[in-house]
Write a protein that binds this ligand. Structure first.
Ligand SMILES: [Zn+2]
Length: 180
């Protein structure tokens, strides 16, 4: 926590200097915080308030997330979570997905959009899986030329250069447009 971060009950200003603003209360000659947040002293309005801290929502086990692959390692992929159960997330939370048992050369590439299900939280790390048919890659590009690809059985083919590549595709691949 930085210096401007206040906790409930903490004194943020003197009553003779400021008026109690949002998320504060008067206590004798002090203004105190009612919530965790950043202190905001407005000297023109003479208002002392607390900007409530954005709640970080951590997805629960069983939640379905959509995210962007950040790293593509030999035995796992790291996914930056963008949506949880269809709701947009604004915090930068990552989950990892073990892929070593999936018999594919290119499960997902960095920057691919994938759908995954949260399976556990271990030591602060969020673990997910892409093992069901509806889970996996929703959007990808050609590895050679970054062209648009189309699904070909369980692989993808580039419309521009013809390169065929495998992915762990979701059954929902190509069914929706993603703007992440
Ligand atoms: Zn291509």
């Amino acid at each position: 926590m930085n210096e401007n971060q206040k906790i409930p009950g903490e004194k943020i200003a003197q009553i003779e200097e400021y008026l109690p603003g949002e998320n504060t209360f008067e206590d004798n000659d002090s203004i105190r915080a009612t919530t965790i947040g950043e202190i905001n002293l407005d000297s023109s309005e003479r208002l002392a308030s607390i900007n409530r801290q954005k709640q970080i929502t951590v997805p629960n086990v069983g939640d379905v997330i959509i995210g962007v692959v950040e790293a593509n390692l030999p035995s796992m992929i790291a996914i930056m979570i963008k949506f949880v159960n269809g709701k947009k997330m604004n915090s930068d939370l990552e989950c990892i997905c073990v892929t070593r048992h999936i018999r594919k050369k290119n499960i997902a590439l960095a920057q691919d959009v994938v759908k995954a299900k949260i399976i556990s939280h271990i030591n602060g790390t969020i673990h997910a899986t892409i093992d069901s048919p509806e889970l996996g890659v929703l959007f990808t590009k050609c590895r050679k030329c970054f062209g648009t690809v189309v699904k070909m059985r369980d692989a993808v083919k580039c419309k521009d250069c013809g390169w065929i590549d495998d992915r762990k595709l979701s059954t929902e691949f190509g069914k929706s447009e993603f703007l992440i």
